[in-house]
Design a protein around this ligand. Structure first.
Ligand SMILES: [Fe+2]
Length: 172
C-alpha cells in the first residue's frame, strides 16, 4: 500500500504568460506608419493646426499598438523624451523634421533630418528630441507598441540627459 503524496497545487502553466500580447517590433511599426502615410484619404481630413503646441490625435488603438497623427508648425518641438518602454516608429508625410539623439560613447549628439516620405523606427530604450526647424508645416504619423503608458522628459545637460518629469496618458 502507498499513499499518494503528490502535491495538489497546480504548477504554473505558460498559458498565463502567453495571454499578454508581445510588442510589435520597430520594423513592424515602421511598416504600419509607412503604409498609412501612403493612404492620405485615411487621415488628411483630420489634420488640425495649433499655435499653442503640437496638435495630435489618436487614429487607432488596439491591444498591441496605437497610432497617432501629429502636426508641427515651424518651431514646435517635443523636447527630449522616452516612450515609457514602448517601441515606436514615425513617418513624415509632409514637410521635414530634425531629430536629436545621443549616440554611443564618444559620438555626442546626433542630428538627423527626417524628410517627407521617410520613416524612423526605434527600440524601447530610445530617447530623442524631435523638432520642426523648417519654415513650413510638417505632418507625421506615429505608432507605438505596446500603446504608450507613460513618458518621461529629459534635459540635455553637460553630464548628459537628466530626467526632469514623467507623465501618463491623462496628460495627452
Ligand atoms: Fe518620440
Amino acid at each position: 500500500m502507498s499513499l499518494d503524496l503528490a502535491p495538489t497545487v497546480a504548477a504554473p502553466t505558460p498559458a498565463s504568460a502567453s495571454t499578454a500580447a508581445a510588442p510589435l517590433s520597430p520594423n513592424a511599426l515602421r511598416k504600419i506608419v509607412r503604409e498609412l502615410a501612403e493612404q492620405p484619404d485615411r487621415w488628411l481630413h483630420r489634420v488640425r493646426l495649433s499655435a499653442e503646441e503640437r496638435w495630435y490625435e489618436r487614429l487607432e488603438r488596439t491591444e498591441d499598438y496605437e497610432v497617432w497623427l501629429i502636426s508641427w508648425l515651424p518651431g514646435q518641438s517635443t523636447g527630449f523624451h522616452d516612450h515609457g518602454g514602448s517601441r515606436g516608429a514615425f513617418a513624415v508625410t509632409l514637410g521635414e523634421l530634425e531629430e536629436l539623439s545621443l549616440g554611443g560613447p564618444g559620438q555626442g549628439l546626433l542630428i538627423r533630418r527626417v524628410t517627407s516620405g521617410t520613416a524612423r523606427a526605434f527600440g524601447p530604450d530610445f530617447l530623442h528630441d524631435v523638432r520642426n526647424t523648417a519654415t513650413g508645416l510638417a505632418v507625421t504619423i506615429h505608432a507605438y507598441s505596446p500603446p504608450l503608458d507613460s513618458m518621461s522628459r529629459y534635459e540635455l545637460r553637460a553630464e548628459g540627459l537628466v530626467q526632469t518629469a514623467s507623465e501618463g496618458p491623462e496628460q495627452w
